[in-house]
Design a protein. Structure first.
Length: 310
């Protein structure tokens, strides 16, 4: 009787050990596998690696968009980083950014998104569709359109908000600029958290919630003892993504352009104003590298926190 794996042994008998090792699981071989991944690696190198290295290099120069430094750029080493650390405007922008991220992203979008997802569990049919449509619409429309809608809402002369509250003439973007960009960011981004938590809630067995209900647990106790422990991984993922997106958001510029008097100059806006209108491209590149390092620290801390809770 012919053994079941005889053809496999026969086919591999004439193959040298080196060739067997060079064949991958898909049977493509090293040369073909490299051919498949080369286009992706080229795109990554051109559009990601090279700009990153070029930004690091510019951060070590005094390159400007105009003037003598634009023609005869000099290597200044870490001077731009020293100037940034000694600049009170940088620390003020970083403080505004942290407040913006924590209040509008970590707290606002996460909590509102979870509340909407929890509310959707009890809705069916037309009511659920209407709520999801309203929330998702705020998320999918372009940022410029979002900003236009909020400028119309907050206009001091004919704004919708002043009309509803009877506060005609109140300049929301001048008197309460930070609060307005926080609300704007919550409104624009809560849909992502809602979608993520809506999917996550479906993974909780209904029997667990029913058992907690029969044991006399109220809604808050069900959330504390059953729902939140089950969604710990999803919550950490949501917080990490929302934190990074909000930290790098340029949306506030569309509403306030960083004003008034720098009160809404989050780090991305501060870098733009330094590099483009200010013409200090070398300094802007150094600030971008600092921002990248902060992003990496946030990501590493979040991943470490997720692993420690497993």
């Amino acid at each position: 009787m012919t053994p079941l794996f005889a053809p496999l042994r026969a086919s591999s008998r004439g193959t040298s050990p080196g060739r067997v090792r060079a064949t991958d699981a898909a049977g493509l071989g090293i040369a073909r596998a490299i051919g498949f991944v080369t286009p992706a690696l080229v795109l990554i190198a051109v559009f990601l690696l090279f700009p990153a290295l070029w930004t690091i290099y510019l951060g070590l120069t005094d390159y400007r968009l105009t003037g003598i430094a634009a023609i005869a750029t000099e290597f200044v080493g870490l001077d731009n980083y020293r100037r940034a650390i000694e600049d009170p405007s940088f620390w003020g922008s970083l403080r505004i950014t942290l407040v913006f991220v924590v209040v509008s992203g970590v707290a606002g979008q996460t909590m509102l998104g979870f509340a909407l997802a929890w509310a959707l569990r009890g809705l069916r049919g037309f009511a659920r569709g209407i709520l999801e449509t309203f929330v998702l619409t705020a998320w999918v429309i372009p940022g410029s359109v979002q900003a236009f809608l909020w400028l119309a809402l907050l206009d001091r002369r004919s704004g919708t908000l002043n009309g509803l509250l009877g506060t005609t003439g109140h300049a929301w973007l001048i008197e309460n600029p930070l609060a307005m960009i926080i609300l704007f960011n919550i409104w624009a981004g809560a849909a992502f958290s809602m979608q993520l938590f809506s999917s996550a809630l479906t993974t909780i067995p209904p029997s667990q919630l029913e058992g907690a209900r029969l044991a006399g647990a109220r809604t808050f106790e069900q959330l504390r003892d059953v729902v939140l422990p089950s969604l710990r991984g999803h919550i950490l993922t949501n917080v990490l993504l929302i934190t990074l997106w909000t930290f790098n958001s340029f949306g506030p510029y569309l509403l306030t352009a960083g004003g008034p008097n720098g009160r809404t100059s989050v780090l991305s806006v501060y870098i733009y104003q330094t590099a483009i209108p200010g013409g200090q491209l070398g300094m802007g590149a150094a600030l971008s590298v600092i921002m990248l390092v902060i992003n990496l620290v946030i990501a590493v801390v979040s991943i470490a926190a997720g692993r420690s809770r497993r």
